[in-house]
Design a protein around this ligand. Structure first.
Ligand code: NAG
Ligand code: NAG
Ligand code: NAG
Ligand code: NAG
Length: 675
């Protein structure tokens, strides 16, 4: 086609060569790093004897007991069965298998107190309707369309009411969010410590939006999370779905009827009573001084309002709908908060920057000691922090000299912010698109700011109030992913990024991974001015060129690996698109999964997943409307690629011209000969 299309040879040949050159160079560059190592995958058990698979009950001793409060009263699941250690249709089934547990490259099950269990999709999701249309489904079926998760939660809360200071239940169609009244004052900011005589209450807020298409599997995930947090933990958690109503014509704050209609249109029936709706107009009314209220820039504003209008809670988890737990959701979340509670305040900011790698850093206490050595026993950046814009409301250090605090300050106190991924020091980030985006800060970009990706996490009421106050009264703002972590830092509140387990595929040699995520040299070598004791890996501080490293992790906002794991675990086609069920019999699974190939009945073996938190899992290609995805970075990369391509073209064109000159000379010579 090219040959006959009339495009001159001197154009298409260089273009073709440039393209080929581009492909070869890119491939070479990438392959230089891709040195997969067999680091921790489960052994191939195809041939050897079948390892034992033992079912383990979820023991009550695995759940935190609050010594001072009356004991937890157990609650019932959707079938009315007791949730607990009993083996019944409402409970998940966990297993241990006599094979080495896949070793995470970052984080650790042991450090977080997470069980090293395995589950098949049926063990994990069976109680919530997974596989209920199959003849093999052995559990009692549930009429999900008449199940009311809000009633189940309230029932559980009522049984446990004595344990909480304010056991306000969920009230359907409560419509507590409202616009700010003209001239309405924002009360002065005060810390809101929780009453130590009561068990803290935690709201789990799922972020959804108008236009999100709930798949069966999304519903199963919501059921699972509700049952395993709110119901399993005796009302300590209450789950909500917070919906961003995009269509302002719905005027949800104009009348009760509009609100009710929107709930019915936008939320699956079984969760309608626990829906909380907002739209941009309500954000504008509370935060008129902030330039933009869109999700990308201000994903925390609705949660800030939630903290304001739902004061019966002490803590608020914000979770995205594309988050998945392959193990018990409630125990995963509580292991994060249990870890955070055990952490001291001193040097917490520094520790929270590290991608903790057991094989490189030793135990977490070893890492803590190394960071302390690097800081020479100093307090770190969070010790007595003060910015120009306000007086911090967090507690001041109990001793003048941090050396006098034997890492005991803050131990046993709840964290104000729990990040789900390590945090980075924004001032030192090179190509994070929003590193210079702020509003109202007196010292501008010289104000220390922190970014913890993704924009999920648990915030205390105090922290949400602080962000609410700072934004509505002072007009202070930074980007979504930096909001709660920066307000926590500025107010001297406790921030912890627990080292929960992450996997990666392809794997790279550990020392290379450590260097890319944490920076070169030992922990003690991290003495860069302004960042003493902190990790500063290129993969985090120069995101674009190293994106191929981070996008291979089981928990990273642009990674494909979570989908690969999830699709293979559920034995389905890519993104659940086709019903690939049962067609994939190869042993070609992501290395973290294990297939029981010797299941005896001649059928295909069940696939087991270790205990992980996966993000993002894109069911049915739903686009998730959060500051996820490459965003501007993608365009930077494309532009960079185009520049490289152009440069290649110029080089090739010059080379071609030189060559042509040779040809011309030859031709003229021949002509001369002919003459
Ligand atoms: C619930 O679903 C069942 C089976 O799909 C159907 O027969 C029933 O009418 C539904 N009930 C309601 C209230 O929608
Ligand atoms: C922290 O560092 C200081 C100063 O080097 C030292 O005196 C102290 O023992 C260290 N503490 C821990 C827990 O490592
Ligand atoms: C089987 O699973 C592997 C790994 O998940 C995947 O690469 C392959 O395309 C799948 N094959 C089929 C037929 O679905
Ligand atoms: C939901 O499905 C509709 C119709 O297929 C589609 O137009 C829309 O983009 C989907 N929503 C999302 C968030 O993917």
């Amino acid at each position: 086609m090219l040959f006959s299309s009339g495009i001159p040879t001197r154009i298409w040949v260089p273009v073709l060569i440039a393209l080929l050159f581009g492909v070869v160079v890119t491939t070479l560059l990438l392959h230089d790093e891709i040195l997969p190592v067999d680091y921790g995958p489960p052994p191939n058990t195809e041939t050897g004897p079948k390892p034992n698979i033992n079912r383990v009950p979820v023991r009550d001793t695995d759940l935190k007991q609050w010594g001072f409060s009356p004991p937890r009263v157990s609650c019932t699941g959707p079938r009315g069965l007791d949730l607990g250690p009993e083996d019944n249709d409402d409970n998940v089934r966990e297993n241990t298998i006599d094979i080495p547990y896949p070793r995470p490259f970052v984080g650790s099950h042991e450090t977080l107190g997470l069980s090293q269990t395995w589950m098949t999709a049926a063990d994990r999701y069976g109680p919530y309707g997974w596989g209920e249309d199959e003849p093999t489904y052995r559990r009692e079926k549930v009429a999900w369309n008449t199940t009311n998760w809000s009633k189940l939660q309230n029932q559980c809360l009522e049984r446990n009411a004595r344990r909480f200071k304010d056991p306000t239940p969920i009230r359907p169609l409560d419509r507590r969010f409202r616009k700010r009244k003209p001239g309405e004052e924002i009360p002065d900011l005060v810390a809101e410590p929780q009453d130590p005589r009561y068990v803290p209450r935690t709201a789990v807020v799922f972020r959804a939006f108008e236009g999100y298409n709930y798949t069966t599997e999304d519903l199963i995930n919501l059921r699972a999370t509700t049952a395993e947090t709110a119901l399993r933990f005796g009302g300590e958690y209450t789950v909500f779905i917070m919906v961003d109503v995009k269509d302002k014509r719905r005027a949800i704050f104009a009348s009760e009827e509009n609100y009710r209609r929107a709930v019915q249109d936008l939320v699956p029936p079984e969760f309608q009573d626990m829906a909380v709706l907002f739209d941009e107009t309500v954000l504008q009314s509370w935060y008129p001084g902030i330039q933009t209220h869109i999700t990308t820039y201000q994903v925390m504003q609705p949660l800030q309002l939630f903290g304001h209008f739902y004061p019966e809670f002490d803590h608020y988890w914000q979770l995205e709908v594309d988050l998945r737990f392959t193990g018990h959701a409630g125990r995963y979340l509580s292991s994060m908060s249990d870890f955070a509670r055990r952490q001291p305040r001193k040097q917490s900011m520094e520790r929270s920057t590290w991608f903790y790698m057991q094989d490189a850093h030793g135990s977490y206490s070893d890492l803590t000691a190394s960071i302390n050595a690097t800081l020479d026993g100093g307090g770190g950046i969070g010790w007595n922090m003060q910015i120009d814009d306000f007086e911090p409301i967090g507690p001041r250090p109990p001793v003048e000299d941090p050396q006098d605090d034997p890492f005991s300050w803050g131990v046993g106190e709840e964290a104000d912010f729990i990040a789900v991924g390590p945090c980075a020091h924004v001032q030192y980030m090179v190509d994070w698109a929003w590193r210079n985006w702020y509003q109202g800060l007196k010292a501008g970009t010289n104000t220390p700011r922190w970014m913890c990706q993704p924009a999920m996490g648990r915030a205390s009421k105090t922290l949400l109030r602080a962000a609410h106050h700072g934004q509505s009264v002072q007009g202070l703002a930074v980007h979504s992913e930096a909001t709660l972590s920066s307000f926590a830092l500025w107010h001297g509140l406790k921030l912890v990024a627990p080292p929960h387990p992450l996997y990666q595929d392809p794997q790279y040699p550990l020392d290379r991974m450590n260097e890319l995520y944490n920076g070169p040299g030992s922990v003690e070598a991290h003495t860069k001015s302004g960042m003493v004791g902190m990790a500063h890996g290129q993969a985090i501080y120069k995101i674009t060129p190293w994106a191929y490293i981070t996008t291979a992790a089981s928990f990273w906002y642009t990674s494909q690996f979570p989908d690969k794991i999830y699709d293979a675990w559920l034995s389905r086609g890519s993104h659940g698109k086709s019903e690939g069920k049962g067609t994939n019999t190869t042993a070609d699974l992501p290395y973290v999964l294990w297939r029981d190939s010797a299941d005896g009945d001649g059928g295909e073996g069940a696939v087991y997943a270790p205990n992980m938190m996966l993000h993002p899992v894109k069911t049915n290609h739903n686009l998730v409307d959060l500051p996820a995805g490459p965003g501007p970075l993608f365009w930077v990369a494309i532009a960079g690629g185009a520049c490289v391509g152009l440069a290649e073209l110029v080089v090739v064109a010059l080379w071609w011209r030189k060559k042509r000159k040779g040809v011309i000379q030859y031709v003229s010579l021949r002509r001369y000969d002919e003459d």
